[in-house]
Write a protein that binds this ligand. Structure first.
Ligand code: PLP
Length: 401
């Protein structure tokens, strides 16, 4: 198999199962059972992982709250800010969540849901969409639109395109009239692929998911800075310093710590540059072999492993399915539901037409990929695309005649 879908999930790092397995057998203590050794050992294992993760994302261990993954961390981040959305405002404006058009559905849906919890109260919440500028940075808002913003959500790098959408001009402008907001930045796709520093980020809240950097699925973390007004909502049991109740998943947390150590080492050893060489070679070969291809965000700041491209005359989902028969895994930008094809919202937000957006494919490189795989993948893509273009052209000419 040639696996080129590392933004969906990554291949587990070497040694993951052997590091995790003792915590599924002999080392089974409950970390809250501090009266005896087995419990204390489990607690120590968790705290060691917390430090390993803190070192990868450059934050203090106390800022880390383990969760069941990125989606839960995102949900808890919004829920912990619910009180902020209930604060009364002046008569001429309402509380707002300003959210970029290219956010992951986990962020979009959590924002909408949390906003709906405030309706009928003293203050209701509006969602204000942040458009994407032609230079791919986050767009500005009018003075009135900026009033009452309590939460800003803008991801670091996009999962579909790999593009970094710079929010700094937007935030600088917002700061001049209203600095009383929490900035949520989603670096889920960035961690392990480039160096990420939570302490240097403007965000007060961020999230991560272990399976995006070689760790197990079902474990992630919410990162909350000390100056944040975020409050715990998922209580019970007092775990995670009362910020996320429930007995911790020791095996998965240990696995996350192991993946964090590996990710830090591989970044220090030049992983970002190595993976970029593969991505750039792929794009160069693709453009030289197949006509009418457009690389989304080419020349802009992107994740070093991600290539999103539009291929005229085809449907991305069909290409992805066809190439899977050759044991090659790549992803398409469009989602099919009940027989219809929905174009990627992200590509539409970037200004692409529906026809272009449904042609999108995403190749995302990761550990284990090689330069030798590139000509094989491009050759298969070329065959499939030529066949599909021919079929679609003849369908079209039949319709016209
Ligand atoms: N945020 C981004 C940018 C993602 O790509 C994903 C997953 O693909 C998530 C959040 C959600 O993470 P998880 O599926 O691990 O809950």
């Amino acid at each position: 198999m040639i696996y080129l879908d590392h933004n969906a999930t990554t291949i587990p790092v070497p040694g993951l199962s052997s590091v995790v397995s003792p915590y599924l057998s002999s080392s089974f203590g409950n970390p809250s059972s501090s009266n005896y050794l087995a419990g204390r050992e489990a607690k120590e294992a968790i705290e060691k992982s917390r430090e390993q993760l803190a070192s990868l994302v450059d934050c203090s261990p106390e800022e880390i709250i383990f969760t069941s993954g990125g989606t839960e961390a995102i949900y808890l981040s919004f829920l912990g800010l619910l009180d902020r959305l209930k604060e009364p405002t002046a008569a001429d404006f309402t509380n707002k969540i300003a959210i970029s058009r290219v956010e992951h559905s986990a962020v979009q849906d959590a924002a909408k849901y949390i906003a709906s919890l405030t309706s009928g109260g003293l203050a209701s919440t509006e969602i204000t969409n942040l458009e994407i500028n032609s230079d791919l940075s986050i767009g500005s808002l009018t003075l009135d639109q900026q009033k009452g913003i309590k939460i800003v959500a803008s991801m670091l790098a996009n999962n579909e395109t790999g593009i970094f959408h710079d929010p700094s001009a937007f935030l600088n402008s917002l700061d001049t009239i209203n600095s009383d907001y929490e900035f949520l930045s989603d670096p889920v796709q960035t961690i392990g692929k480039t160096n990420f520093s939570f302490s240097k980020s403007r965000a007060s809240i961020s999230f991560l998911s272990a399976h995006k950097f070689g760790g197990p699925k079902g474990i992630g973390a919410l990162l909350v800075k000390k100056n944040s007004k975020w409050k715990p909502s998922f209580v019970g049991g007092g775990q995670e310093q009362g910020r996320r109740g429930g007995t911790e998943s020791v095996p998965l947390i240990v696995g996350l710590g192991h993946a964090a150590v590996n990710a830090k080492k591989s970044l220090a050893d030049g992983y970002e540059e190595e993976i970029k060489i593969l991505r750039d070679k792929f794009e160069e070969t693709l453009l030289s072999e197949i006509k009418n291809i457009e690389i989304v965000g080419q020349g802009k700041k992107r994740l070093p492993n991600t290539s999103c491209f539009l291929t005229s005359g085809v449907i991305g989902g069909e290409v992805s399915k066809a190439i899977s028969l050759k044991d090659i895994c790549i992803s398409s930008g469009s989602a099919c539901s009940s027989g219809s094809i929905n174009p990627s919202k992200v590509l539409v937000a970037l200004g692409y037409s529906t026809t272009k957006a449904i042609s999108a494919l995403r190749v995302s490189f990761g550990h284990g990929n090689t330069l030798e795989e590139i000509p094989i993948v491009v050759k298969e893509l070329k065959n499939i695309v030529s066949e599909m273009r021919l079929k679609n052209e003849s369908k079209l000419s039949k319709l016209m005649s």
